[in-house]
Design a protein around this ligand. Structure first.
Ligand code: ATP
Ligand code: ZN
Length: 210
């Protein structure tokens, strides 16, 4: 039996469940439950908050997980990735007030930047030789500039309409992300074999979709 952690409810949930089903794995899903067992594959599915998934897989509480690369890299466990899944594509971008001028990332030197991704942003800015004050906030990052809490933000952008609604414009892409399958690095031989079977099926599903 192998244990897979997926997001309980959010942007990854439906595509994660669909992928498992398209792999030919059947299970009873109830939105109240914390876990469920597949009926035709030795798989147990745990439903968790996405932020908790990398740590649980690193520690072996779950053997496998499906999570966004943004959350995985921010958690500090990029090496757990075993397979790109092609859904939940998004990007982390820097944005500033539309009323502000902007030439290059050097303009952010010494500025206050609000983000939920201090690790990823810190590494990006260091690579650009820019020193800024990062303020870690967990939600509603995009309102920070308009209420005077920060000069800029770094957050997930998909459509751009949220930015527009808060008087912001995107100025740099910091990180590109998609959903990935992750695995504990000390799987038993038996679990390793189940992982390989799952990867094989996931690759077939992706090929069939193209
Ligand atoms: P949880 O309650 O599990 O902590 P959350 O609010 O942190 O959920 P969601 O908003 O459901 O997270 O997003 C989960 C993941 O989906 C993100 O970490 C990112 O990888 C991806 N994602 C976020 N926004 C988008 C988007 N607009 N388009 C595509 N993928 C996205
Ligand atoms: Zn989350």
């Amino acid at each position: 039996m192998i244990r897979l952690a997926i997001q309980k409810s959010g942007r990854l949930s439906e595509d994660s469940l669909n992928l498992i089903r398209e792999c030919g794995i059947s299970f009873l899903s109830s939105s109240y439950k914390l876990k469920t067992e597949a009926t035709n594959f030795p798989l147990e599915i745990l439903f968790l908050r996405d932020d908790d998934i990398p740590g649980y897989v690193q520690d072996g509480v779950a053997d496998l997980g499906i999570v966004g690369q943004n959350v995985l890299v921010e958690a500090g466990f990029p090496d757990l990735e075993v397979e790109k899944l092609g859904f939940s594509k998004c990007r982390l971008s820097l944005a500033i007030l539309r009323s502000e001028g902007y030439n290059s990332v050097a303009d952010l030197q010494g500025k206050n930047i609000a983000t939920s991704y201090p690790q990823i942003l810190g590494r990006y800015l260091a690579g650009e030789g820019v020193q800024a004050n990062l303020h870690t906030i967990s939600g509603s990052v995009e309102i920070a500039p308009s209420i005077g809490l920060a000069d800029a933000i770094c957050d997930i952008v998909s459509s751009g309409s949220t930015l527009l609604g808060n008087g912001l414009r995107e100025v740099e892409t910091v990180f590109r992300s998609e959903a990935v399958l992750i695995a504990n690095q000390q799987l038993t031989a038996e679990k390793q074999q189940l992982l390989e079977q799952l990867q094989f099926r996931m690759q077939s599903v992706r090929r069939a979709r193209r």
